[in-house]
Structures are given as C-alpha cells and as structure tokens.
Design a binder for this molecule. Structure first.
Ligand code: GDP
Ligand code: GDP
Length: 456
C-alpha cells in the first residue's frame, strides 16, 4: 500500500510548513481532522512519480513535563504507524534538550528516522547542520520548507530508504533484485491490480458494524473466500467470489470468522482508512442508523469524494427500529447527504443479513459506472441534446458554443467538452450538464468529472 511518512518534532520547527509543501502536488486529499482525531493532519502527496501519505503529528500544547509527555506520545504513534519518520529540527534554535529527548526515544525504539534540519535559508547549511549529528541518528538533511528548498531531494532520499526497508522485509521471500523499487505510481497500481475483481473497502467509524458486515459477507455460504494474513497496521485483503463476480474485500476492521480472531481489533485508524480508500475501486461507507450521522461520518465521506472513489452508503442497524424512527432517520439522511446524491443509499442489517446481497449489487453497479467506456459520437449526441433542451447563456451578445465531447478518463469518468468561451460558463450550467450526462448515461455511484476546453 501507499507508504506513510510521519513528521515529528517539537512545536514551531516547521512541520506544518513542510506538510503543506508535501501535499501541494496533487489536488491534495487533506483531511481536516477536526472530528476525526484531535491533533493530526493527513494528506496524500506526490514528488515526481512517488506517491505517499503524509501525517503531521503537530498541534502539541502544554508546557514542561506535560509537553514532554505529549511529544513522547506523538513520537510513539508516528513510529507505530509510519513507514518512515522525518524528525524535524530548527537550524535557528540549534540543538535543544527536547530534540535530544526525541532522538533518545527514537533510538530506543530502534527506528530508522531521518533528521531534517529546517530553516536553513540564509544560513550556511553545512555548518548549521553539523551539530545535529550529535543526535546519533545518522545522516542529516537540510531544507528550507518555507521556500520548498531541499524538499525534492529529501523525498528522493526517503524513497530510497523505504525501498531498502521493503526489500529487506521481502528478502526472506526470495524476491530477486527488482528493476524498479516498486514505489512509483505505476508499480503501486500494478501491485493493487494483482488482487482479483472489484476492490471494495468497508470503512466507517468504530462500532457502526463494519466487522459484522464483513463477517456477514464472507460468512455467506455462496461466497468463496481466500484468507489472507495482514499485519496489525495493514488492512486485510480478502478475495472472494459471489454469483460469478470476483471481489477483493479491503477490511479495515479486522476479520473475525467462525469464532476465530484473525486480527487484533484495534482502535480506529485514519491512516488505515485512507490507505484503504486509496486502494479501493468502490468504498462502502457504513453509518449507524441508531446513532445518526456524526461529523466523523461527514469527514470520512469527504475523504472518499476527494479521492474520486465510487461510493455506496450502507445505513446499518436498520433492524429494531419502528416506522417512526425509520422515517426520521431517512429524512435526516436525505437532508444531510443531499450532496452525495450520486451514490446509492442501502438500508441494511449486517446482523441479520438484510439487504447485504443488494449492497454488493450496488457495489457492482458503481464499479461498472466508474469504468464505463463511452464513445465520442454518443457523448457528442448527448451534448447536443442537452444544449437543445437548455441552451448555454449569451455572453456579451454572443452565445457560448459547445461543439463536441469525448471521454478523458475512467474511474471516475471524465467527460471533456470542447467549445468556445467555455471559461464563461456558469457553475449552474455545468451542474445542469453533469446531471444531464449522469442521468442519460445512468451513471450511479461514481463521481463524474466534466472538463471544458476552449478552441480558438
Ligand atoms: P510546526 O509547529 O512545527 O508545525 O511549525 P510551522 O510549520 O507552523 O512553522 C513555525 C514557524 O516557522 C512559522 O512561522 C513558519 O513560517 C516558520 N518556518 C517554517 N519553515 C521555515 C523555513 O524554511 N525558513 C524560515 N525562515 N522559517 C520557516
Ligand atoms: P465495527 O467497530 O464497525 O467493526 O462494529 P462491530 O461490527 O464490531 O459492531 C459494533 C456493535 O454493533 C456490535 O455489538 C454488533 O453486534 C452491533 N451491530 C452490528 N451490526 C448490527 C445490526 O445490523 N443491527 C444491530 N442491531 N446491531 C448491529
């Protein structure tokens, strides 16, 4: 899965500045964590062809012993969750006792971390970096995060370290020296594509019923599942087949089958959830009908949408509710989830198995929509029909012309519309077109992106 890089260090050394640099590259999936976790930021970024997930463990507060404890916890979590730790220090402050304490902890944990000396702008990088070798963590890299200086080089070094660690881990498996380090985008994608069928991630906050749902799906006797081990940090990938359709289930909750515990059930992990979303074709977001929608649910939803993944909403625990309660919940969901009206909402009971089969049908439908191939003549014909029904507005006496459309990508589908003055198209007209295409093409469960090109 996509490697995880954690940023640690005392306050004000420049962690969030570096985080911003590292997540700027892609239309960054930066989860606003309020409501998810108290004090951390998560983002997806890419340097060259190397995609990664970055965690800023910042936001520490307190003084004296309280601060020391907060930093110790921060470091511990980073070490547990990340493939690679970047330990930031401040060139202007020089080496401080707090830096020393963090370094001691890292050495104690036996973790390879890279010391990154920040704020070297206007300074002689070599001489200000020298004293940080005393931390005893090996190589020291100097950057100026605020100016983006040294950041590319830093990430190249990180990539080499992650590749070496992964090679060491797989050496026992007798893998040959590979031509590529396996960390480029194409290799990460190819590794995922080794899993058969539709990759479905089951995500949701704790106690909504994810494990119950996973057990229900895999326990179905019509399902043939292959068990696959995972480490506690990873999600588990479980291939299975149902009605002749292959799937790989990405389980963030931990599979418990036939009474055996395959995985320690651990606390909700945002990293695991983000990795699962990144790895999936279709995300099933499970919410709890009894508890209603929380901010955490909305944040998870935001992550799925920003990642451009297909989505099915599973409203679980639908059993044991009276008609009145059901109506109230349905109203609440319609009101609050209006903005994801492209997704199917399936009312299920994981406990009793009600509608779980239909949920998988919804997953198939979303996947098929996301990968639909649509010809240029068909798209152009639909564009003409849309314009005939409702013409674009006049701009200073001239009508905006939309000439033809072609497909620019799949998963999610991208429709590229060519015309004149498309820059002047109002948002409302773009939404009209999107809805028109969505309806005519019967695209359900997948985001749809429109792009506009103005010819001369
Ligand atoms: P954090 O608390 O570790 O997340 O630190 P911040 O990213 O909030 O940065 C703390 C301060 O250091 C801010 O005022 C930044 O503008 C400043 N800063 C960050 N990177 C650099 C840098 O490369 N050079 C200089 N001169 N200042 C920086
Ligand atoms: P997870 O943390 O999301 O994996 O949630 P679990 O699968 O562990 O379920 C949390 C609790 O909700 C357990 O006590 C389940 O028995 C219960 N639960 C799960 N699904 C349902 C359901 O469909 N109906 C009812 N009434 N309870 C359920």
């Amino acid at each position: 899965m996509i490697p995880v890089i954690a940023l640690i260090g005392r306050p004000n050394v420049g962690k969030s500045t570096l985080f911003n640099q590292l997540t700027r590259s892609r239309d960054a999936l930066v989860a606003d964590v309020a409501g998810l976790t108290r004090d951390r930021q998560y983002g997806i970024g890419k340097v060259g062809d190397f995609p990664y997930l970055v965690v800023d463990t910042g936001g520490l507060s307190g003084e004296g012993a309280q601060m020391d404890r907060a930093m110790a916890e921060q470091t511990e979590r980073a070490v547990a969750e990340a493939d690679h730790v970047l330990f930031l220090v401040d060139a202007r402050d020089g080496l401080t006792p707090q830096d020393q304490a963090i370094a001691d902890q890292l050495r104690g944990a036996g973790v390879k971390a890279r010391v990154v000396v920040n704020k070297t702008d206007g300074l002689d990088a070599d001489s200000v970096s020298a004293e940080f070798y005393a931390l005893g963590l090996g190589q020291v890299t100097s950057i100026a995060a605020a100016h983006g200086r040294g950041v590319q080089g830093l990430m190249q070094a990180v990539r080499k370290d992650v590749a070496a660690a992964r090679r060491a881990a797989s050496e026992d498996a007798g893998d040959d020296e590979a031509a590529s380090d396996g960390l480029d985008e194409a290799s990460q994608q190819a590794a995922l594509d080794d899993w058969p069928g539709i990759r479905v991630a089951i995500v949701g906050r704790p106690n909504v019923g994810k494990s119950t749902l996973v057990n229900r799906i895999l326990g179905d006797e019509r399902v043939v599942a292959t068990e696959v081990a995972g480490t506690t940090r990873d999600s588990i990938f479980v291939p299975f087949e149902r009605d002749g359709q292959e799937y790989t289930l990405i389980d963030t909750a931990g599979v418990r089958r036939r009474g055996r515990v395959h995985e320690v059930i651990e606390k909700f992990s945002v990293i695991k959830t983000l990795q699962a979303i990144e790895s999936a074709h279709v995300v099933v977001l499970v919410v709890d009908a009894h508890a209603g929608l929380s901010d955490q649910d909305s944040h998870l939803l935001g992550m799925v949408i920003e990642a451009g993944r297909s989505l099915v909403l599973a409203v679980n625990k639908w059993d044991g509710l009276d008609d009145h309660a059901r109506e109230r919940i349905r109203d609440e969901l319609d009101r609050r989830l209006g903005f994801v009206d492209f997704a199917r909402m399936r009312l299920i009971s994981a406990l009793h198995g009600t509608n779980v089969g239909h949920l998988l049908d919804d997953v198939c439908e979303a996947h098929a929509s996301a990968f639909r191939k649509i010809s240029t003549p068909e798209l152009t014909r639909l564009l003409e029909a849309a314009v005939a029904e409702h013409a674009p507005p006049m701009i200073s006496g001239r009508r905006i012309k939309l000439r033809y459309a072609h497909q620019g990508g799949q998963n999610p589908p991208v429709i590229v519309i060519h015309g004149n003055q498309t820059d002047a198209l109002a948002g409302s007209y773009k939404r009209y077109l999107e809805n028109f295409f969505r309806k005519q093409l019967k695209l359900v469960g997948t985001p749809l992106r429109l792009e506009f090109r103005s010819g001369r």
